[in-house]
Design a protein around this ligand. Structure first.
Ligand SMILES: [Mg+2]
Length: 260
């Protein structure tokens, strides 16, 4: 076996597409996570989705049967808030939703129409005039950041646009580059390693997306597991570079429970 699940001490799960399909748990996840906790494994969650706050994500998981607290969750919105705080940036223009704005507010970062830093995220109210506003700010020298480069956001059998379509339209319009603060970015890695005490070689990151989750886990020096419930399929493994390949493909999460 490529990963000895019993010797792994820290399990980090991507959330959407891996643990939940936004409002529903995937089969056997509850059993897996309760078994991991019974075996004294540390369990954390990581996500690029910051439509809702970490506290709201924890509530959502708890209501679905996975008792979770806010500090077991690392979101890219939380990473972005910490990053801006560390750089002394206290004013940001945001194409994003209330969850993200609230994470930023927790670090004393206010939302402004006249900011030198622009954060792009999932924004269900993104429109033509927001794009124009971003163009005006970039012309004045503003820098662009994004909470993720995901194409899709899966919600209960439906596919919504992720951050990438917004990032692409902004890049096309402004000609400017966008700095990633979600997976797989060095900023997300340093936040995770600062917040969570772990040994990379004893850590397994499980996710549904090769270019974000798996690449990020590999970048952190973790073992990585790909589940097939979300974005990536086995065909996507063909021709990948080593740093994009998972240590193991998890076709059925019950195999982890059996081998603990
Ligand atoms: Mg996912």
């Amino acid at each position: 076996m490529l990963v000895n699940f019993s010797s792994i001490r820290t399990y980090i799960f991507d959330i959407n597409g891996t643990v939940i399909e936004w409002n529903n748990l995937y089969p056997h996840i509850e059993k897996l996570i309760s078994t991991l906790k019974k075996r004294h494994k540390k369990v954390y969650y990581i996500t690029d989705n910051c439509v809702i706050t970490r506290e709201q994500i924890a509530d959502k998981l708890t209501k679905l049967g996975l008792k979770t607290s806010e500090n077991e969750i690392i979101s890219s919105g939380y990473v972005a808030a910490n990053y801006f705080e560390s750089k002394g940036i206290n004013k940001v223009y945001v194409a994003g939703e209330r969850g993200l704005i609230s994470e930023l507010g927790d670090k004393g970062i206010s939302i402004s129409d006249d900011a030198a830093h622009i954060l792009l995220s999932i924004d269900r109210n993104f429109n033509y005039m927001k794009l124009k506003k971003i163009g005006d700010l970039v012309k004045k020298g503003a820098k662009l950041y994004a909470t993720g480069f995901n194409r899709n956001w899966y919600v209960d059998g439906e596919v919504f646009p992720g951050e990438m379509p917004i990032v692409e339209v902004v890049k096309k319009f402004t000609g400017a580059e966008v700095k990633l603060l979600g997976m797989p970015s060095p900023e997300m890695k340093s936040r995770l390693l600062e917040d969570v005490f772990l040994f990379p070689e004893d850590t397994l990151l499980i996710g549904d997306n090769l270019s974000t989750n798996v690449t990020f886990g590999n970048m952190c020096g973790f073992r990585t597991g790909l589940v097939l419930t979300g974005e990536s399929s086995e065909e996507d493994l063909e021709g990948l570079k080593a740093e994009e390949k998972p240590t193991v493909v998890i076709r059925d999460v019950r195999n982890i429970v059996k081998n603990l």
